[in-house]
Design a protein around this ligand. Structure first.
Ligand SMILES: C[S@@+](CC[C@H](N)C(=O)[O-])C[C@H]1O[C@@H](n2cnc3c(N)ncnc32)[C@H](O)[C@@H]1O
Length: 290
């Protein structure tokens, strides 16, 4: 919470943003998160900033910019602001072909090659958790179908936005979102919570751990030797030049035989000598060699 903002008259209109100010904010966001805001998304940036400035009592973009750069207090404010400046759109089972590739092709082979070995997955840029729970449901169902229900699996779900992670951790979603969950997942893994919500059942919530993590720090990721990395609809917000380096770093975190799943069309012409593309045209996935 910012405590000493210059007093703002709540009735005065919020400022408009000049080109130079826009470039300054875009540059800060890109340096700190990797996210690029093109000029046609200026209104998204301005709306997010204004919303937060209204809450904290700032009347000028410049003064607020200085506040955000200001030591420990600025870092706390940045952690809140970053949630307003990033897109958290997501859905359960957002890209079925990717989940089918995991369930029908990769996991059966993995279980056959490494009987009894645990499966460690990472949902990178998980937003409010729907992707991580979809992965956990897919793994749980398929391991049971393969008669491997004793195999341990866990999903680490990370994002830069703390409010988004808090939703994921709660596992609580509005009731209308149930339509996103196909059967048998809906009955097996959700329970009504009051009139308007549902919650992911505890047994599945226990399999998913949520943590704050900036993808730009991937070279220092505390996660190693992963079986599955799922990274969709995150890199599209990053500069093309940066995507390849991040993907190379993700590839280094996979075990031999591990799978990296991206969103189709998210990176063009990506190749890494450690990885072999698998799956058809509907998916963009790579298995680590060895
Ligand atoms: C559009 S959502 C995608 C959610 C989910 N992966 C999906 O496909 O449905 C993008 C997420 O990436 C997160 N994000 C953006 N920059 C990030 C960064 N540098 N490190 C970690 N997460 C980041 C945002 O906070 C947001 O929740």
């Amino acid at each position: 919470m910012v405590t000493s903002a210059p007093a703002r008259n709540p009735f005065s209109p919020m400022p408009s943003m000049g080109d130079e100010e826009f470039v300054r904010w875009v540059d800060l966001l890109q340096r700190r998160t990797g996210v690029v805001v093109p000029p046609d998304r200026k209104s998204f940036l301005v709306t997010g900033l204004r919303m937060r400035m209204r809450e904290t009592g700032y009347a000028s973009f410049d003064t607020y910019f200085d506040q955000v750069l200001n030591g420990a207090r600025g870092a706390i404010e940045w952690a809140t602001l970053v949630d307003r400046l990033t897109v958290h759109e997501t859905r359960f089972f957002r890209h079925p072909p990717s989940l089918e590739l995991i369930a029908e092709e990769w996991l059966p082979q993995h279980v056959q090659l490494h009987p009894g070995a645990a499966v460690h997955a990472w949902s990178v840029g998980c937003a409010t958790g729907e992707e991580a729970y979809s992965l956990a449901m897919t793994l749980d169902q398929k391991l049971r179908a393969l008669d491997a229900s004793k195999v341990y699996f866990g999903v680490t779900a990370t994002d830069i936005s703390n409010p988004a992670l808090a939703v994921g951790r709660s596992g609580l979603y509005p009731r209308e979102r149930l339509v996103e969950l196909p059967e048998p997942y809906r009955s097996a893994y959700t329970a009504a919570e009051g009139k308007d919500s549902f919650q992911i059942v505890e047994s599945l919530r226990k399999r998913v751990g949520f943590a704050t993590f900036n993808l730009l720090d991937v070279a220092r990721a505390p996660l190693k030797k992963l079986d599955l990395i799922y990274c969709q609809n995150v890199l599209i917000y990053f500069a093309r030049e940066r995507r390849k380096a991040l993907l190379d770093a993700l590839a280094d975190l996979l075990k031999p035989g591990g799978l990296l799943v991206l969103g189709p069309g998210e990176v063009l012409g990506f190749a890494n000598p450690q990885l072999t593309r698998i799956g058809g045209r509907q998916t963009l996935a790579y298995r680590r060699n060895g």
